[in-house]
Design a protein around this ligand. Structure first.
Ligand SMILES: Nc1ncnc2c1ncn2[C@@H]1O[C@H](COP(=O)(O)OP(=O)(O)O)[C@@H](O)[C@H]1O
Ligand SMILES: [Mg+2]
Length: 407
């Protein structure tokens, strides 16, 4: 105490270093944050409110089906409207509004979806142990007993149907005619604009009593969305001129996806922050774009089959390119044997290269070598270092690096 001023206090110094030079609140840039104001979706919000309003009087709203490309604000709008309806209902003393929001990509079994619906009604279901039919009848009896109306939102519902068929949807659309009390309204959402066509006509007509389409945002609209969010996320004057415009124009070219635009802005800020800068520049956005692209490649690479990974690894270890597929095959065979794996044929490696080319990870260009025939020059489109990093986390491959370093 005494001799040390506040300026040299280790706690203060550390906190000062930890506090962001860029962000006030980066959480508002995360995809699951729902802002209080959604620019360019006011009309959709109004329409959805009209459709769902009867729920406040305990009447069953029509089923509604919402579709549009990813990042067009479907999830945000639905959650926003439900939250506001709930607030309104409570403030007017109309009691609680019962709704369940289920993302069918995450909750990918009929059992789990039904469990969520029962929970939303205040009922209970054991984690396992019941048959799907039993959970379904429990759902119906909770509904009947309470006499409540449930708004069931099934987001990314195409995942449910692709995996489990449309039986659950069919049964949910029938529930109302089977019950004396209690009702269900369905809100189906999908990013797959052709999904409706794949449904059984009976399900389609009842699920799509009302349909709404969300169209992609253009660059101007994305700019408004970003500006709104940036004012909450960034310190004043942390964004230099052109940053928002640039993010908006990049995302507009990628089919008007607001999620991509927000990601780009967030990562740009993180890059600037990492370097201790106080202002985000357009150059940071360019780097963010590369970084995001690289992360996407990494995700693709992780899901490749084993020999696909080995082929990529061989190219990466060679510095990113091969003059001919024959050389590549020899190196591949060596590596596979070194890892104790049976090499696949040259023909198969050639197919693998074509697949990698299609995924955009490599470019395999046919070269005519006159009387020596044709071969393909193979060039990696990703940083070799980035790939090697992915593989060094793969237990079936990683020890090769230790060996190659020893050599
Ligand atoms: N009109 C908008 N105003 C503000 N943010 C938006 C708007 N539309 C989308 N977003 C944001 O963009 C991201 C993606 O939106 P989301 O609703 O998840 O899209 P979808 O469900 O159509 O794929 C979310 O972070 C969301 O908050
Ligand atoms: Mg969504």
């Amino acid at each position: 105490m005494g001799s040390r001023g506040i300026g040299s206090d280790i706690v203060f110094d550390t906190l000062e270093k930890l506090s962001s030079s860029i962000f006030i609140n980066r959480e508002v840039l995360r995809p699951d944050y729902i802002p209080d104001y959604l620019p360019h979706r006011q009309e959709e919000i109004r329409r959805l409110t009209e459709v769902l309003a009867p729920a406040l009087r305990g009447e069953r709203p029509s089923n509604i089906f919402i579709y549009g490309l990813t990042g067009t604000g479907k999830t945000a709008v639905v959650k926003y409207v439900l939250r506001k309806l709930q607030e309104y209902s409570r403030s007017k003393g109309l009691g609680s509004l019962y709704y369940a929001y289920v993302n069918c990509r995450q909750e990918d079994t009929t059992y789990r979806i039904l469990t969520d619906l029962v929970l939303a009604l205040g009922g209970r279901v054991p984690f396992t142990g019941l048959s799907t039919a039993e959970v379904f009848s429990r759902f119906k009896s909770v509904l009947e007993r309470s006499g409540n109306l449930l708004i069931a939102v099934l987001d990314e519902v195409d995942f449910l149907v692709k995996k489990r068929g449309d039986e659950l949807l069919y049964r949910l659309t029938r529930v109302n005619s089977e019950l004396k009390r209690g009702k269900v309204s369905l809100v189906g959402i999908t990013n797959d604009v052709r999904f409706m066509e794949t449904l059984d006509p009976r399900v389609r007509s009842s699920l799509g009593e009302i349909e709404m389409v969300f169209s992609p945002y253009n660059a101007d609209q994305l700019r408004d969305i970003l500006a709104e969010r940036a004012s909450l996320a960034f310190k004043p004057s942390a964004l230099s001129d052109g940053v928002i415009d640039y993010c908006a124009s990049v995302a507009a070219r990628e089919h008007g996806d607001a999620r991509r635009a927000l990601d780009l802005l967030r990562v740009s800020g993180e890059i600037a922050e990492r370097e201790g800068k106080e202002v985000v520049t357009v150059e940071d956005v360019r780097r963010a774009r590369d970084e995001i692209e690289r992360d996407m490649v990494v995700d693709v690479v992780k899901t490749l089959p084993y020999h696909g990974k080995l082929v990529l690894l061989v190219i990466a270890l060679a510095g990113g390119s091969f003059e001919s597929t024959g050389d590549l095959y020899m190196k591949y065979r060596e590596l596979a044997r070194g890892l104790g794996a049976e090499p696949v044929t040259q023909r198969r490696v050639s197919d693998i290269l074509s697949e990698l080319d299609m995924l955009g990870i490599v470019t395999a260009k046919v070269i005519n070598r006159g009387r020596y025939g044709k071969t393909r020059k193979v060039v990696l489109n990703v940083e070799p270092k980035a790939l090697i990093k992915v593989f060094s986390n793969d237990p079936r491959i990683s020890w090769v690096f230790k060996n190659s370093r020893d050599r």
